[in-house]
Design a protein around this ligand. Structure first.
Ligand SMILES: Cc1cc2nc3c(=O)[nH]c(=O)nc-3n(C[C@H](O)[C@H](O)[C@H](O)COP(=O)(O)OP(=O)(O)OC[C@H]3O[C@@H](n4cnc5c(N)ncnc54)[C@H](O)[C@@H]3O)c2cc1C
Length: 448
């Protein structure tokens, strides 16, 4: 039996980060079942051929060049007393420290027809290949994407660009509900409609009807979406309605599992000595409210893993919670959000919000496009709680500035004093700035 100083279960961004930092300093084993780790974020763009399918496959050298052993197998059980794990192929590996980075899998609601041909989720290499085949080889002509979050929106647009009649369904009344409040989502909805998507918002998917294949989708509004056409007796239904932590192999063991993942402290330590959990499989809290929060993003998984790896090398860092800065592209619009939306903040805070609208460059420049920000703050303390940006240009820089402000518990007063730069091709006139304009608006209303 081979024993590793650091044994990691998983091959996603969290596990790869562990390998990269520790691979040359410790004996590290990375156990992963799938052929390829995926660049998940790019998968929708492979459907519409913006990137080749194979470009979404990460190279194994990411792990092996780090010095870690890549073990292509699946863990089926762990013995925390003996400090071993056992795999599907019957191997047993020992560990000094175990890092659980098993991630999360797409959730499929238990509705009639969920196992029919034509029904997909979208995460793994096989999902991508099967969906690609359904579009390009089987040439199915109609698709329903359930879930109007970033993955659902990106995928629905990709299917539409491939020429399919595409419907986007969500039980919430607006698109991108985890990223944008309804008022900031209006432009994105217009963009989706202009692209030819049919939106069914405020609609729950009740069932899939057909003879063992997806012929119709029935919504809670009574609407029936027909997926058949002259050439095909069924169509595509993709569920992008959220992820559930992959923790089943640990159920019934002493490892404490909470409502949304493995319970860890701020150093990623689980309830068992020398066992850690990082990434989508770990349960953690919002960095703003301290309450349990969903945070299934690569941009949370990597920092958690980096922090753990650095601590294993002797640092004393702590993870302070999810802020969930994220972005997507909807046609010609770039949108992003961070922290709490007005809707989410409303239950914990008395909020005050402000909007600013400028242009992405000096307005006299030929490339000038509109850019809009919404800032959300606590009315009493003026602490910054969140922001959303909708723009003709990429928004992650603005989103990240506000995340840094939230992380450092800055107030609207701090943002009003934000020292910014300006240049004709890259910003509005020196006379104003998107963030400062929002902050000043709030201050003028609270007498600041
Ligand atoms: C289509 C799509 C688009 C996305 N876009 C973005 C984006 O734009 N920005 C962003 O920040 N995030 C995005 N995400 C989310 C992001 O990919 C995840 O948050 C991230 O992958 C989590 O990393 P992880 O390492 O914790 O888990 P995963 O990446 O889920 O990796 C888990 C690994 O564990 C392995 N594993 C599970 N069980 C076992 C077992 N029993 N034995 C051995 N191995 C096991 C799996 O096979 C896998 O290799 C996207 C996700 C998807 C699906």
């Amino acid at each position: 039996m081979k024993t590793y100083e650091i044994l990691t279960i998983g091959g996603g961004p969290a596990a790869i980060t562990i390998a990269k930092i520790l691979g040359k300093k410790k004996t590290v084993g990375i156990i992963r079942p799938e052929n390829f780790s995926m660049i998940y974020c790019a998968m929708p763009y492979a459907i519409e051929d913006i990137v080749g399918l194979e470009k979404t496959f990460k190279q194994d050298s990411l792990v092996t060049d780090s010095g870690a052993d890549l073990i292509r197998d699946k863990v089926v059980s762990a013995d925390f007393d003996k400090k071993t794990v056992t795999t599907e192929l019957g191997e047993t590996f020992g560990y000094e420290k175990l890092v659980i980075a098993t991630g999360a899998s797409p959730f499929l609601p238990p509705i009639e027809g969920i196992g029919y041909e034509g029904v997909f989720v979208f995460k793994w290499e096989d999902d991508l290949k099967r969906l690609n085949e359904a579009v390009k080889e089987k040439q199915l002509k109609k698709a329903v994407v359930v879930g109007a979050g970033a993955i659902g929106v990106e995928l629905a647009l990709a299917l539409k660009h491939c020429g399919l009649e595409t419907h986007l369904v969500d039980m919430v009344d607006s698109v991108l509900p985890n990223l944008l409040d309804a008022d900031m989502a209006v432009q994105a909805e217009e963009e989706l409609k202009a692209a030819g998507l049919e939106l069914h918002l405020g609609s729950r998917t009740e069932k899939i009807v057909g003879d063992q294949r997806a012929e119709q989708v029935v919504l809670s509004t009574g609407e029936v979406i027909d997926l058949t056409d002259d050439e095909n007796p069924y169509g595509i239904v993709v569920f992008a309605v959220g992820m559930r932590a992959d923790v089943d192999i640990f159920r019934g063991t002493a490892l404490e599992i909470g409502k949304i993942g493995i319970v860890v402290d701020s150093k990623m330590q689980t309830s068992i000595p020398d066992v850690y959990a990082v990434g989508d499989c770990a349960q953690f809290v919002s960095g703003i409210t301290g309450e349990l929060a969903e945070g299934k993003l690569a941009t949370n998984a990597v920092p958690m893993a980096r922090m753990l790896a650095k601590n294993i090398l002797g640092a004393e860092r702590e993870y302070d919670g999810f802020y969930n800065g994220a972005a997507t592209r909807v046609g010609d619009l770039f949108v992003g959000g961070t922290g709490l939306s007005e809707r989410a903040a409303g239950s914990a805070f008395d909020v005050i919000v402000a909007y600013s609208e400028l242009t992405t460059t000096f307005p006299i420049m030929p490339e000038a496009k509109p850019v809009k920000m919404k800032l959300i703050a606590d009315k009493k303390t003026l602490r910054v709680l969140g922001a959303q940006v909708v723009s003709g240009n990429p928004v992650t820089d603005k989103v990240d500035i506000i995340t840094l402000a939230i992380q450092n518990k800055l107030t609207v007063n701090d943002l009003a004093g934000f020292s910014y730069s300006a240049q004709p091709y890259q910003s509005f006139f020196p006379a104003n700035n998107l963030i400062v304009a929002c902050a000043e608006d709030i201050l003028s209303r609270v007498g600041g």
